[in-house]
Design a binder for this molecule. Structure first.
Ligand code: 13P
Ligand code: ZN
Length: 270
């Protein structure tokens, strides 16, 4: 099977990272069935020859107009596709799309007409926002990490920054590697434009990782490996908290002074 990745080493490497992360998501138990999705803004890896390629499907509406995505290209997990399958074969379980002129629809260019994830409105709206902000972030990840999702079944942990403070205090690395904490988006219908809008509003409060109540997380970073790492350190902290509870006590957490000392030493934001 011919693939657009042939002789495009940088693009192949980027999509290789997506496949690697998809395997981690499955092994962690965060990707039941088709759970979760990944998109990567690959525009910088698109050459003249690719730009000249004909679409193989579409145009399809995005559901939103996203003016800063003009001439942008994305790799997207396919809707209904499994992360464990994507890990083996990213181009059969995802596709490369380009945004059409007018920025309210897209077409599929390669390798085969795999329809993108149902969460495309949230992913593309976030990429549009990142470009407006001049952010170097090019990857977005939605996944269903067990312990973090469990936290959102409690009103207390849904209150702004209660979960962030607890998670940061479990182990110093959490704040070091997820320095903006965990934003909270109240429950909304999966794949809806409302969920996309609320995700942007919350990322704009200066979070890289936001929690979709009783559903999953949505994380952004420079590449998909870094987006995964942020979710991984947060979920590890949630597991430590739960382990303490299971041993029959309320975990103490690092003190405010210890947290402050660490933030200064590591030059962390907030
Ligand atoms: P897709 O299979 O459409 O990507 O949906 C998975 C999911 O997690 C929806 O929130
Ligand atoms: Zn989901």
């Amino acid at each position: 099977m011919t693939t657009v990745l042939q002789n495009r080493e940088a693009l192949r490497a980027e999509i290789g990272k997506v496949a690697e992360v998809a395997g981690y998501l499955w092994k962690k138990g965060w990707a039941e069935r088709n759970g979760g999705n990944i998109t990567v803004n690959i525009t910088e890896h698109v050459d003249e020859e690719m730009r000249g390629m004909k679409a193989i499907a579409g145009p399809f509406p995005i559901g939103k107009q996203l003016p800063h995505l003009e001439e942008c290209w994305f790799y997207c997990k396919g809707t209904g596709k499994r992360m464990r399958d994507l890990a083996r074969d990213p181009m059969a379980n995802g596709s490369i799309i380009r945004i059409c002129p007018g920025c309210s629809s897209y077409e599929i260019v390669a390798d085969s007409p795999v329809m993108p994830t149902s969460e495309l409105p949230s992913h593309l709206a976030v990429h549009d926002y990142l470009l407006v902000k001049g952010s170097p972030y090019r990857a977005s990840l939605h996944t269903h990490p067990i312990e973090l999702v469990a936290l959102t079944h409690s009103r207390y942990w849904l209150e702004k920054d209660n979960a962030t403070r607890m998670l940061w205090s479990m182990i110093p690395e959490t704040k070091a590697f997820c320095p903006r904490g965990l934003g909270i988006v109240p429950y909304m219908l999966p794949s809806s434009v409302e969920l996309a809008d609320a995700t942007i509003r919350t990322i704009d409060e200066d979070y890289d990782v936001v929690m979709w109540e009783k559903h999953g997380v949505f994380a952004v970073d420079v590449d998909i490996m870094d987006a995964f790492d942020q979710v991984d350190v947060l979920n590890k902290a949630a597991q430590i908290y739960i382990a303490g509870k299971a041993m029959g006590f309320e975990p103490e957490g690092m003190t405010s002074a210890q947290m402050k000392e660490m933030s200064v030493a590591f030059h962390l934001p907030k």
